[in-house]
Design a protein around this ligand. Structure first.
Ligand code: AHR
Length: 516
């Protein structure tokens, strides 16, 4: 019935007159797809540069307004994003992290090193309880990564017992003495990070041997809060970990299991990262957008392998590191991965989120790298000041898509061409929220031309669109502490004309509207 209705709808639209270069977009309001898991909008906070220290943690004695050492301005900004989960403590840092260094009285915590990221001192003042306090303050779930590279299964098992058991064990008693008698909830557990690289340079088979042990012993004892275990998976297009982990999972015994497989893919074009974050031209803009769209190929390629071993899609593909990795800000400390964030990053964020949503049956969690002051960040801080980036605004505009049901759209977008790069001019995502409201996100990739999208909705009477649009004076426009609102969302509305709803999109913009 649904298919017939969609077919008749398509027939009815054949021959609809529109200006030659208008985009036509069709939505069948009755069709619906999988849930767009809110965990697709997850964040990643590593002990790296100013990501945690200064970005989140200023300490209880700081003059910067804070709650138990965690800065209030950053918490308020993140609450507005309804962050579903935060991945912590890394990244590469996780495979050198020893959790016992980060519990107990602050004054007694040892100073250690952070060899991955600038070789700086790690004061361990932000540890387990501070992280748990932070996620509770922002209302997010926990995505913890245990140390497989340089730790032991016993260390990981103890951490999980310390966190999650309600029984009066020695570890639970220690947790209570450190201020938290109640067990914590851990929603996701990463079993290592990039074990093919900084996490131990393991072959796929070596990693699988570790995986089985960690998946068995790093147990969640908090039955009220289920925990999904996420295995290390592919580095970009390399399918060797995907094959090995999925094959092992298919042949698993009663003694171990996993619920997710990680994928890491950065928009970078080539390593080492050399694309400038500001002052770039249209060629660099188009090149990074093209590279971003590789995410779709990767999800399809790894998804196809996963389908062979897991046709029921029990294992989630978890894209727990993604985003633009650009040349570091000149003058920033080496290894701190600081980069500006422009309107191009806003488009990159929207393209990625749309791709994840289109594969929502398999991709059920993702984490942008990273949350504050690092890589494609939501937020920059400078001492007591805080700034929201264009990427932040996209994440805030996408809140209606959290846990909404995917609604398929068909778009005749035409092309945006720059040099030898040709991309679809408009990228679209539609979904229905829990209250039944239909939402549409549209990204106009063309930086030189406005796009008019003629929206036709079958099965619902739409009279207007109401929402926000994020545009900018230039593709490399950024927000700075001197001019924090150069790129900021503006209210957007449009009225239907007959059976179509024409939406005008500014060049290189992201628009999110409710269709009413
Ligand atoms: O996000 C920065 C680093 O990128 C992470 O620590 C690592 O996992 C990846 O290589």
């Amino acid at each position: 019935m649904r298919a017939l209705r969609a077919f008749l709808f398509t027939l009815a639209l054949v021959g609809t007159a529109s200006a030659a270069d208008d985009v036509s977009l069709k939505i069948d309001a009755g069709a619906s797809g999988p849930k767009i898991d809110r965990n697709l909008f997850g964040q990643f906070a590593e002990h790296l540069g100013r990501g945690i220290y200064e970005g989140v943690w200023v300490g209880p004695d700081s003059s910067i307004p804070n709650t138990r050492g965690i800065r209030n301005d950053v918490v308020a900004a993140l609450r507005a994003l309804k962050v579903p989960n935060v991945r912590w403590p890394g990244g590469c840092f996780a495979d050198e992290y020893h959790w016992r260094n980060g519990i107990g009285p602050l004054a007694k915590r040892p100073a250690t090193l952070n060899p991955n990221w600038g070789g700086v001192i790690e004061p361990n003042t932000f540890g387990t309880h501070e992280f748990m306090d932070f996620v509770q303050q922002i209302g997010a779930d926990v995505y913890l990564s245990v140390n497989v590279g340089s730790g032991t299964p016993a260390e990981a098992a103890d951490w999980l017992e310390y966190l999650t058991t309600a029984q009066p064990t020695a570890l639970a008693t220690e947790r209570a003495a450190n201020g938290h008698p109640e067990p914590y909830a851990v929603g996701m557990l990463g079993l290592g990070n990039e074990s093919w690289g900084c996490g131990g340079s393991m072959t796929p088979d070596e990693y699988v041997n570790h995986l089985k042990v960690y998946a068995r012993y790093a147990r969640n004892y908090n039955a009220a809060h289920p925990m999904r275990r996420v295995a290390v998976g592919p580095d970009s297009a390399d399918t060797s970990y995907t094959e090995a982990v999925m094959k092992a999972w298919k042949n698993r015994t009663w003694a171990w299991d996993i619920e997710g497989l990680s994928l890491h893919f950065y928009t970078v074009v080539k390593w080492p990262p050399a694309y400038e974050a500001t002052g770039f031209g249209e060629a660099e803009y188009a090149s990074l957008l093209k590279d971003t769209r590789r995410m779709d190929d990767l999800i399809r390629a790894h998804g196809a392998i996963m389908d062979q071993y897991d046709p029921d899609k029990k294992i989630a593909l978890v894209v727990d590191e993604w985003g633009a990795w650009l040349a570091a800000t000149p003058g920033s400390p080496q290894g701190f991965l600081e980069q500006q964030n422009s309107q191009r990053d806003a488009i990159i964020a929207a393209l990625n989120l749309n791709m994840f949503a289109r594969h929502a049956d398999r991709v059920r969690a993702a984490n942008i790298a990273q949350m504050v002051n690092v890589l494609q960040a939501m937020i920059f801080t400078q001492k007591e000041k805080m700034l929201l980036t264009p990427t932040y605004h996209v994440f805030r505009m996408y809140v209606p898509f959290h846990d909404a049901s995917f609604v398929p759209v068909s778009v005749a977008a035409g092309n945006y061409t720059q040099g030898d790069i040709t991309l679809p001019r408009v990228d679209a995502l539609a979904a229905r929220d829990a209250a039944g409201k239909l939402w549409l996100s549209l990204a106009n990739l063309d930086p030189k031309a406005e796009a008019t999208v003629n929206v036709a909705v079958a099965g619902a009477r739409i009279s207007r669109a109401l929402g926000e649009t994020l545009a900018a004076p230039k593709i490399d426009s950024v927000n700075t502490f001197e001019a924090p609102s150069t790129v900021a969302p503006q209210p957007y509305s449009a009225k239907a004309s007959g059976k179509t709803l024409p939406l005008k999109l500014a060049p290189a913009s992201v628009t999110v509207v409710a269709l009413e």
